[in-house]
Design a protein around this ligand. Structure first.
Ligand SMILES: *Cc1c(COP(=O)(O)O)cnc(C)c1O
Length: 459
């Protein structure tokens, strides 16, 4: 029998009263703030007025707010959250026993809604502010499809038009993802497409390309700015998205505090940084205020290693260079991960907030190879039952590594990791792993130098 079984339940529940009523903005507690978005034309910080041409007004306010620590969650959004939140905080007793580790492992499971990931937490917020502004609709990009699905759900609920540009390889590999979005009423276009100017340019420059998030972002932005009553929304990277995702960390902290549990290590996968930023925010706040200390680990794919091998610099967020410049750890906006990379997390850059925290040494990062990620995901599925999204598998891999270290050293560390979603639409990737045909790809220094050499020159 496992230790402590009777002390701490497998799942720590929260009542509706205990759900967060405010989001937490970690920027308020950062001494050095994340660098501002710059206008690529002038090199000057983007003003609210400039941003409001592309983004919803209230979201621009949140994007630029580096000072307000707590921001009220509108009642309508709280009510929507209640349909699928709190998300479970699970003590992985079964995994601990299988690993024979003295470590205590907890995971916060965000895959418990139909869209299958944490993305719904920000989708509903962004759709809500668009609706409140009286807009007709919103445009966006989606890579693996979770963000597009989440936004389709939120838009359907609020009766907003939703146009999704879906990276071509996913559009073709994940037809059912596409149909889920269409069922929720979204229109889905394979990207790059010939319906936008930037899409046609990209097709001309890279004929036959399978597309990338960077291309799809450019198309979605162009669509928004050329159609009256539309704005563009983004599912990760931006400060506002990390803010909305803070519900993950706030719930986790409330649940852990109930039992006096203090995590030693907090681990999350990092694509654009939103789930990780959301999970760690309240804990990072304590660290920044000097109230507590934690080890934070961002986990990224070795095939798209923004933190561990990227450059901290201003870069474009998109391939067509229509978006503001963001200062972040980046591989260069023309970097496209190898097509055999199946595990998601393929954005070339990273949240500016997390980039600054990482730059200050407040957070660590690790890059892991995809076969080891699927091995960990499969081990987890077989013991804890949940079929993880490949993205989530990155966090599982490092959580298991850390737990195994404790087996060797005898340390009883408490590990918390983010299990961001489920992998039902990733079965081609699982099939490749099960068939033994999955390979690892690590870009060479020359590959990275080529895309880094194209960073914009900022004085
Ligand atoms: C989008 C996604 C991620 C990565 O995005 P972040 O913004 O880095 O959180 C991770 N896991 C799942 C399941 C996702 O859908």
């Amino acid at each position: 029998m496992n230790k402590n079984v009777n002390e701490i339940p497998y799942k720590i529940y929260l009542s509706e009263d205990e759900l967060p009523k405010q989001w937490y903005n970690v920027r308020a507690d950062m001494k050095v703030k994340p660098a501002p978005l710059l206008n690529p034309g002038t090199g000057q910080p983007m003003t609210a007025a400039e941003l409001e041409g592309v983004f919803c007004k209230e979201l621009v306010k949140q994007e630029l707010d580096d000072d307000t620590a707590y921001i009220d969650i509108p009642q309508e959004i709280q009510d929507f959250y209640k349909m699928y939140r709190p998300s479970p905080l699970v003590r992985a007793y079964c995994l601990e026993e299988k690993l024979g580790t003295p470590a205590k492992i907890y995971y916060k499971f965000e895959g418990n809604n139909t869209s299958g990931s944490h993305k719904l937490n920000s989708a509903i917020a962004q759709a809500y502010y668009a609706k409140k502004q009286g807009l007709k609709g919103i445009t966006t990009e989606t890579g693996a499809g979770q963000w597009g699905t989440a936004l389709s759900m939120a838009s359907a609920y609020l009766d907003l038009d939703c146009k999704v540009y879906m990276v071509k390889v996913s559009y073709e590999q994940k037809p059912f993802r596409r149909e889920v979005m269409r069922t929720y009423g979204a229109s889905v276009t394979s990207s790059p497409s010939n319906t936008t100017k930037v899409g046609r340019e990209i097709l001309e420059k890279f004929p036959g390309t399978g597309g990338s998030l960077g291309c799809a972002i450019s198309e979605a932005v162009e669509d928004a700015v050329t159609h009256e009553g539309y704005r563009y929304v983004l599912g990760s990277v931006l400060n506002q998205v990390l803010l909305h995702q803070s519900v993950i960390g706030l719930e986790a902290k409330t649940a852990l505090d109930k039992y006096g549990i203090k995590p030693d290590v907090i681990i999350g996968c990092a694509g654009g940084g939103s789930n990780l930023g959301g999970l760690i925010s309240p804990f990072m706040g304590e660290k920044l205020r000097g109230e507590a200390d934690y080890q934070f680990i961002a986990v990224e794919p070795a095939s798209c290693p923004s933190f561990t091998r990227g450059t901290y610099a201003y870069d474009f967020c998109d391939t067509g260079h229509v978006c503001p410049l963001a200062k972040m750890y980046t591989l260069g906006s023309e970097f496209i991960p190898s097509p055999n990379h199946a595990g998601g997390l393929r954005f070339h850059g990273m949240s500016s907030t997390l980039s600054e925290l990482y730059h200050q040494g407040l957070m660590e990062a690790r890059a892991v190879e995809q076969t080891s990620v699927f091995e960990a995901a499969q081990e987890f599925a077989r013991i804890e039952g949940i079929l993880p999204a490949p993205e989530s598998g990155h966090a599982i891999k490092v959580a298991i590594d850390e737990a195994k270290k404790c087996t060797e050293t005898g340390e009883e560390k408490t590990i918390l990791f983010g299990l961001t979603g489920t992998g039902y639409f990733d079965m081609y990737a699982y099939a490749a792993y099960n068939d033994g045909t999955m390979t690892d790809y690590i870009p060479t220094d020359a590959d990275l130098a080529a895309s880094i050499s194209k960073l914009p020159k900022i004085k």
